[in-house]
Design a protein around this ligand. Structure first.
Ligand code: NAD
Length: 326
């Protein structure tokens, strides 16, 4: 097949592109940035999703589109860019794909289309009401509607994958990582909370600073540790590749992610033990993230089987952390 992978310079897109190339497919990337990928079967369009000319060039002659690229930001100042990339960009890529008579369009949505932070029931299934609590989640939900509309308006098959939070294992113990830094490391978390304007949280965290780099076990105001899914990029990639061709994927909506959520009270002590970093526990204002999303539909309908549970990811994370220390 010839497959367009959007977000081809990103975490998931670059891995999917490599996986498809390794299986003998031809791949075209489409991203604002060039991918670090040299392969005779790889070509790319460098441009923005909402640039109609670039989107048309990207979709021309491909059998399928994996729309994995998006802008992820939770900062108020990024709002216009967020909607341009994820809503306008998705609409324009979809329209270009329909004009190019693409056979299948797979869309990377997000668990943030649910109220993941305040679910009405758990585990969260695909039937859970979609009521995003963040502008990013709103852009993904509008994206889903645009995908469904194009599925009705054209012969193109569509698949919606509601992505779990996704990390490369090597990012987990990197204090500079966009997600994992402020999630697990105390000082990056202080900086993040200050950036969000959460002064009370920043002050509570600062009060716990032991005077050296440290890990933080964040809990909610009642002392309940956070719980969420963290899925390895490799598992996400294998789910995306299944969605590309599986006959039963067409027209479907699937939660894609690890089977079990990660309880921070389980992993932080292991991280501290394996790195030798001190671990501090801080109870932060608010209810805190505590969710479990079901991947049962993806496993039972499409045969998805994740292979990288968090403790397996952690082994690699620790190796990467050790390499960064020398
Ligand atoms: P990433 O940030 O690593 O990659 C996204 C890529 O999209 C980047 O290379 C970026 O340059 C490109 N991009 C952004 N805006 C663009 C635009 N306007 N035009 C062209 N290219 C643009 O993200 P990822 O972790 O690989 O995520 C892949 C997909 O999964 C995204 O759609 C994301 O919203 C979704 N998702 C990710 C997570 C996660 O935790 N990583 C969770 C839920 C959903």
């Amino acid at each position: 097949m010839k497959v367009l992978v959007t977000g081809s310079a990103g975490r998931v897109g670059s891995f999917v592109a490599r996986q498809l190339l390794a299986s003998g497919h031809q791949v075209r990337g489409f991203d604002l940035r060039a991918a670090d990928l040299e392969d005779a079967a790889f070509e790319e369009v460098v441009g923005a999703f909402d640039d109609r000319e670039a989107a048309s060039r990207a979709c021309e002659g491909v059998d399928a589109v994996l729309h994995l690229g998006a802008f992820m930001s939770w900062l108020a100042g990024d709002r216009d860019k967020l909607f341009r990339a994820n809503v306008e960009g998705t609409r324009i890529v979809l329209e270009a794909a329909a004009v190019a008579k693409v056979g299948r369009f797979v869309f990377a949505s997000s668990g943030e289309v649910y109220p993941e932070n305040k679910p009405q029931f758990q585990p969260i299934t695909e039937d859970h009401p979609t009521k995003p609590l963040s502008p990013y989640g709103v852009t993904k939900l509008i994206g889903e509607e645009l995908v469904k509309f194009q599925g009705r308006a054209s012969p193109m098959e569509t698949v919606i994958l509601r992505f779990s939070h996704t990390q490369n294992a090597g990012e987990l113990l990197d204090p500079d990582s966009f997600f994992s830094g402020p999630r697990f490391f105390l000082r990056p978390k202080i900086t993040q909370q200050e950036g969000f304007g959460n002064q009370t949280a920043a002050d509570l965290l600062r009060a716990a600073d032991p005077g050296q780099a440290a890990l933080v076990l964040a809990r909610n105001e009642n002392g309940r540790p956070l719980r969420m899914h963290i899925t390895d990029t490799r598992d996400m990639s294998s789910g995306v590749v299944i969605a590309l061709t599986h006959p039963k994927a067409a027209g479907g909506v699937f939660n894609l992610g690890a089977t079990d959520p990660v309880d921070f009270a389980d992993v932080l002590p292991v991280m501290a033990d394996k790195t030798g970093l001190p671990l501090v526990t801080v109870d932060l204002p608010g209810a805190g993230v505590w969710y479990h999303t079901s991947n049962q539909r993806m496993r039972e309908t499409l045969g998805f089987e994740p292979e990288w549970p968090i403790m397996r990811m952690l082994d690699e994370a620790v190796e990467a952390w050790k390499r960064r220390q020398v």
